[in-house]
Structure formats: structure tokens, C-alpha cells
Design a protein around this ligand. Structure first.
Ligand code: CP
Ligand code: NVA
Length: 309
């Protein structure tokens, strides 16, 4: 059994295997109804418990469908109905019970520390469905989407990120090392990636291209990623932060600095960082991106259960 917590801790070889498996499985299901089980039902009789300490639409639904398509069962716990937290039950005892009843645990948390502790207590696979510092299932799925659309390995593409240096970017940075692609980052000076991320980049002899200018960051880009300026539980002066990002809005004018066939991706939900015209244009592939999370998460689950083909 394996956990899936941060891309940086998983080998490039395993990540590539996950993507290959997702590609095969997706192809086999073409035209199937969303709840129809895959023929091999690899998670038959397994219970995957989910819990969200923060809001979620896509992660919740895509994991539900991923688990069902693999033949498993799933249950979502409400954080305010557990003894963990205000009820005083410890994380250790909670973990023991999760593993007594369940076979896997998908957790969206507001604390990196909690996920690190939980990892040590849980004897069943733990999947990180977003933490303050990373969003690994999202980004691995996004690599899948990029390669599906561009029909080439991501290592041959120029990727640009325009926006806040948040959890999604941290995972994209980890992916740029694991999959060896060029990553340009466009962000205001005071919102550059944090030191712990840059230290890890340096340890891995990776070069990131950070510009405090959106146009420079998107020159020659094959893909432009963005995300909300204000993330969940981002405790900032919203007005001030938003004003610092006004020159980092994704507009058609900005896209014109990128390659002609450049695509736009966004994990969603969106804020005002992307112009409506771009968001609903043919260059925007956000719906395909959201759908692919089901397929990639299935293969992530199989990786955790040692069942990748
Ligand atoms: N992209 C993403 O994780 O969306 P949710 O927050 O709705 O799950
Ligand atoms: N960076 C965003 C991602 C949401 C899926 C957040 O953490 O809120």
C-alpha cells in the first residue's frame, strides 16, 4: 500500500505509470455512462472514506465517480459530525478507526501538519485531496490533460503559470521536476514561490523562470495555467491582494504573446483572474481538464492499492 500525498515524494517513473494507466482506462470507457463499472472492478468490496475540511465540488464528485467506476464503495464524512476536533478524539484514534472500517482515505485538509501526522498513524492509503501547500491529484491530472490535447510529452512543451504562488503552483513546480518541463511563472514580486519550494527546486538542480511581468512569462507558451488569486482560507486583505494582481489577468491580449495554439487551463473555481472571453474561448480547455480528474484519480487509487497494470 502507498500514500499519495505530494508529487515531490513519488518517483517520476510511478507518476508516468499512473498517467499511462489512466490513458488506457479512459480509452476503454469511451461512451459509457458515468456510473458503469470498469470490467475488472479492481476496487470491488473496498471502502474509500472521504473527508473535506474545506469546500469542494470537483474533487468530491470526481473521487466519487472514480471509486464507483473501480467498483468500490465510498462514504463522505462531515468534519463537524466527528469527535475529532471539538469532540476531543485524537487524530491517532480516528486514524485507527478509519483503517478498521475503511480501505482508503481521501482527505482535503486545512493543515499540512495534520496530513503529515495522519500519514504515520494510517495503515491504509492516504490521498491528499488538497492541502495548504499542495494539490497533487489536480496537477497530475492536468499533466494528463496537457499531453492529451497537445499529443506530445509535456517535456517538449513550454508551460506558463500566471497567478498566485499557491498550493496548485507548488505541485506544478514539483511536476516540472518529475516530468522535466520548462516552467515560467508570472506573479507580482511579493507573491513569488516560498523559500521551502525554491530550496527543493535548487536541491534538484532545476531552473524556474520567474517574471514579475505576465507578458514576459507567457512568451512562447504552449499552455497557460492560472488559479484564483485568493485561495480557500487565504487570510489576507482581499482588496489589497486583488489589486496587486491587476496586471496578471489572463486576457486575449495576453494570450497573443503566447504560441498561436496555446491552451488555457484552470483548476477551478475561478475568480476574476481570467477574462470571460478567454475562459469561454476555444483555447480554454477547463471542462476537459475537470473531467480528466476522474480518470487520473482512478489510476492514483490503483497506484495506492498496488494494482496498476
Ligand atoms: N479544482 C478543485 O479541486 O476543485 P474543488 O475545490 O471544487 O474540489
Ligand atoms: N488554490 C485553490 C485551489 C482550489 C481548488 C485553493 O486552495 O483554494
Amino acid at each position: 500500500m502507498k500514500h499519495f500525498i505530494n508529487l515531490k515524494d513519488i518517483s517520476g517513473k510511478d507518476l508516468r505509470k499512473i498517467l499511462q494507466d489512466a490513458k488506457k482506462r479512459k480509452k476503454k470507457r469511451k461512451g459509457w455512462d458515468s456510473l458503469k463499472e470498469d470490467k475488472d472492478s479492481p476496487l470491488k468490496n473496498k471502502l474509500i472514506i472521504q473527508m473535506f475540511e474545506k469546500s469542494s465540488l470537483r474533487t468530491r464528485l470526481s473521487f466519487y465517480l472514480a471509486i464507483k467506476q473501480l467498483g468500490g464503495g465510498t462514504l463522505t464524512l462531515r468534519t463537524n459530525e466527528l469527535h475529532l476536533g471539538e469532540g476531543g478524539e485524537s487524530l491517532e484514534d480516528t486514524a485507527k478507526i478509519l483503517a478498521t472500517y475503511g480501505d482508503g482515505f481521501m482527505f482535503r485538509t486545512d493543515s499540512d501538519e495534520k496530513i503529515e501526522k495522519l500519514k504515520n498513524y494510517l495503515s491504509i492509503p492516504l490521498i491528499n485531496g488538497l492541502s495548504p501547500s499542495s494539490h497533487p491529484t489536480q496537477v497530475l491530472s492536468d499533466i494528463f490533460t496537457v499531453e492529451e490535447i497537445k499529443k506530445k510529452p509535456i517535456s517538449k512543451l513550454n508551460i506558463a503559470w500566471i497567478g498566485d504562488s499557491n498550493n496548485v503552483l507548488n505541485s506544478l513546480i514539483a511536476a516540472s521536476i518529475k516530468f522535466n518541463f520548462k516552467l515560467n511563472i508570472g506573479c507580482p514580486t511579493s507573491y513569488c514561490p516560498e523559500k521551502f519550494v525554491l530550496d527543493w527546486v535548487e536541491e534538484n538542480n532545476k531552473k524556474l523562470y520567474i517574471y514579475n511581468n505576465a507578458k514576459k512569462a507567457v512568451v512562447d507558451a504552449d499552455v497557460i495555467f492560472s488559479d484564483k488569486v485568493i485561495s480557500l482560507n487565504d487570510k489576507v486583505n482581499r482588496k489589497k491582494k486583488l489589486s496587486q494582481f491587476v496586471n496578471f489577468k489572463i486576457t486575449q491580449k495576453l494570450l497573443n504573446f503566447a504560441k498561436k495554439d496555446c491552451i488555457f487551463l484552470h483548476c477551478l473555481p475561478r475568480g476574476s483572474e481570467v477574462d470571460e472571453k478567454v475562459f469561454f474561448s476555444d483555447q480554454s480547455k477547463v471542462w476537459q481538464q475537470a473531467l480528466n480528474r476522474i480518470h487520473v484519480q482512478k489510476s492514483i487509487l490503483l497506484y495506492c492499492f498496488g494494482k496498476l497494470r
